[in-house]
Design a protein around this ligand. Structure first.
Ligand SMILES: Cc1ncc(COP(=O)(O)O)c(C=O)c1O
Length: 468
């Protein structure tokens, strides 16, 4: 049968009218909101967002109040919100076929597999996709590691790490413990090791150029003598995100590579936040020139649609996952894959990696040169690209975390309609969690004028807090 595969979509609702559907998705009254708040089993923030500037960094709430979004909504909107090309790609695919079961290839899935294999660093050319997200990707990497090291199921993860919110990834994570009520679940599969936090080196060293790799020495001792079973894999964020926006020194990652090579441990990079242009490269592996065996990715790839997956080295003995080991009902959604295909094109065509690098450098430089001399509350500023953390301290010498102040600064900025986020760290000797790192991680499409505006608002917000 002849078919025109290039036919333009023209979707017209059949049962409801267009107006009915628009009204269903647009009209809301306060009583509905209250009812939903009572029904919801998870907390809901106060602001109800409604729309974004297509392909930009501005978002508006239901009342039309406009915000400059410096969070990219959990790192997903590298190409801006509701990017018109991404939305059109998703619309074309959704109008044809909006879902298939996991095993079926679709045109977007085929194109995406090929494109990801092409941009993958080194020999990480084997790809496994899902449309559920990062936790699922981490678990796929764990499965692959266990297949490659049969009979073992122990993973090294790192202090202040975050790997997700499924039961296995909660066990893998080290920084969220408060408010979690699954005591001990899965923890026998994870051993936590120190992650270098050079601004607050736990070993009292002055920085990566001076130190003797104490983090690695401890890690080697833990792997060789801390357990009496072989270690299967090591899961590491090459730049820690939720745990303080802390990029690892290159020599730490090189050390992990050596330790894993010597013991045939599968090295897994969690690139949930660093992937797809944010740090000026496709992946942190490429940025550092250190190749893991597996990269986990998610977030920005979908341009706002759910997605995740792993890239694996062709050198692994096994890179095949059986249908029993890896499949799920919603794991292969072609609409997400279509959105991802377009997103990757846009990152290249709009030169977003270069923009991330340039705007990031500019932001960091102004904080260093203009803000740090006048605001002693800023203890440290860390990049690279648009993966920026600004650590707030009560005193630069003692480095006592200024978490209440950081929180108020973010609140002041929100009042001025610029949204920043806070990162959690365990900056105290007791390992208590504090939120004293203000994060700047806007869509990569952000313009110089918008960066300047974000800085102006930050300036006013810090002034408002430090003056009190
Ligand atoms: C570093 C890191 N890894 C894994 C995840 C888990 O991803 P998801 O929330 O999509 O399951 C996240 C999510 O924030 C993350 O930041």
């Amino acid at each position: 049968m002849l078919m025109d595969r290039r036919k333009k979509p023209n979707v017209v609702p059949k049962v409801m009218s267009e107006n009915e559907i628009i009204s269903l998705l647009s009209d809301i009254n306060p009583e509905e909101v209250n009812e939903a708040r009572r029904a919801s089993m998870v907390p809901l923030y106060d602001t109800i967002f409604f729309e974004g500037e297509p392909g930009g960094a501005i978002i508006r709430d239901v009342n039309g109040v406009e915000y400059l979004d410096c969070t990219s909504q959990a790192w997903t909107l590298n190409v801006g919100s509701s990017n018109p090309d991404v939305i059109y790609g998703a619309y074309v695919q959704a109008s044809r076929l909006n879902h298939v079961r996991y095993g079926y290839p679709t045109i977007p899935r085929i194109k995406l597999l090929n494109k990801l294999a092409k941009i993958a660093p080194g020999d990480l050319k084997k790809v496994c996709l899902n449309t559920q997200g990062g936790s699922y990707a981490i678990e796929a990497a764990m499965k692959l590691a266990m297949i490659n090291k049969p009979g073992s199921s122990l993973f090294v993860t790192f202090l202040r790490s975050y790997q997700g919110s499924t039961l296995a990834t909660i066990g893998a994570s080290a920084f969220i413990r408060e408010g979690i009520r699954f005591p001990g679940f899965g923890l026998d599969h994870f051993m936590k090791a120190p992650y270098p936090y050079c601004y607050r080196c736990a070993y009292g060293e002055e920085g990566p150029d001076q130190c003797n790799n104490e983090c690695l020495v401890t890690l080697e001792q833990l792997v060789d003598r801390g357990v009496n079973v072989p270690v299967t894999g090591m899961i590491v964020e090459p730049m820690q995100g939720p745990g303080g926006q802390v990029p690892a020194p290159k020599k730490f990652l090189e050390g992990l590579r050596r330790i894993c090579d010597e013991r045939k441990i599968v090295l897994i990079f969690d690139e949930a936040q660093t992937g797809f242009g944010r740090i000026g490269k496709w992946f942190a592996a490429e940025y550092y020139g250190v190749m893991p065996d597996v990269i986990c990715f998610t977030k920005a790839l979908g341009g706002g649609f759910p997605i995740g997956g792993i890239l694996a080295s062709k050198k692994l003995r096994q890179t095949f996952l059986t249908p029993g080991e890896e499949h799920s009902t919603f794991g292969s959604n072609p609409v997400s894959f279509a959105a991802a295909c377009v997103t990757l094109e846009l990152i290249e065509r709009l030169n977003l990696m270069k923009n991330a690098e340039e705007q990031g450098k500019y932001f960091t430089k102004r904080i260093k040169e203009e803000f740090m001399p006048k605001y002693p509350i800023i203890g440290d500023i860390r990049g690279p690209g648009l993966f920026i953390g600004m650590e707030m301290v009560k005193d630069r010498k003692t480095k006592e975390p200024a978490s209440a102040e950081a929180n108020t600064i973010v609140g002041e900025a929100t009042k001025r309609r610029v949204i920043f986020d806070l990162s959690m760290t365990d900056t105290t000797s007791k390992g208590e969690l504090v939120r004293n790192v203000v994060k700047f991680k806007p869509p990569l499409v952000i313009t110089r004028e918008q960066v300047d505006h974000a800085l102006d608002v930050l300036d006013e917000s810090i002034k408002a807090v430090t003056k009190k």
